[in-house]
Design a protein around this ligand. Structure first.
Ligand SMILES: [Zn+2]
Length: 99
């Protein structure tokens, strides 16, 4: 089953902050102006609970860290609200509740 990954462009200010933070944190030289000119996106997945309908937007990086596509069709998570393993991507929720 497919689910949507939303790509949200990172603002210029946020890019500048990240580059400055990286430079400070690692002590490496970073060409901040060149970095700011790049198109950088953050990726998010909308999640919804099949049990209690709680919704949350999660960072795709975090979701994929917990996801093993050889075992699961989609990343199934534990709902932070009701604690059941019914927290699924919104597209999966819509597909399952339409039947
Ligand atoms: Zn829930």
């Amino acid at each position: 089953m497919k689910f949507t990954i939303k790509k949200v462009p990172v603002s210029e200010k946020e890019k500048r902050d990240r580059a400055e933070f990286f430079a400070e944190d690692t002590g490496q030289y970073v060409d901040i102006e060149a970095f700011v000119k790049q198109d950088i996106y953050d990726e998010f997945i909308d999640y919804k609970c099949l049990n209690c309908k709680y919704e949350e937007e999660l960072e795709a990086d975090i979701v994929f860290e917990l996801f093993d596509p050889s075992f699961e069709e989609y990343p199934l998570l534990t709902c932070p609200k009701c604690g059941k393993d019914k927290f699924v991507p919104l597209d999966i929720y819509n597909a399952k509740t339409k039947e």
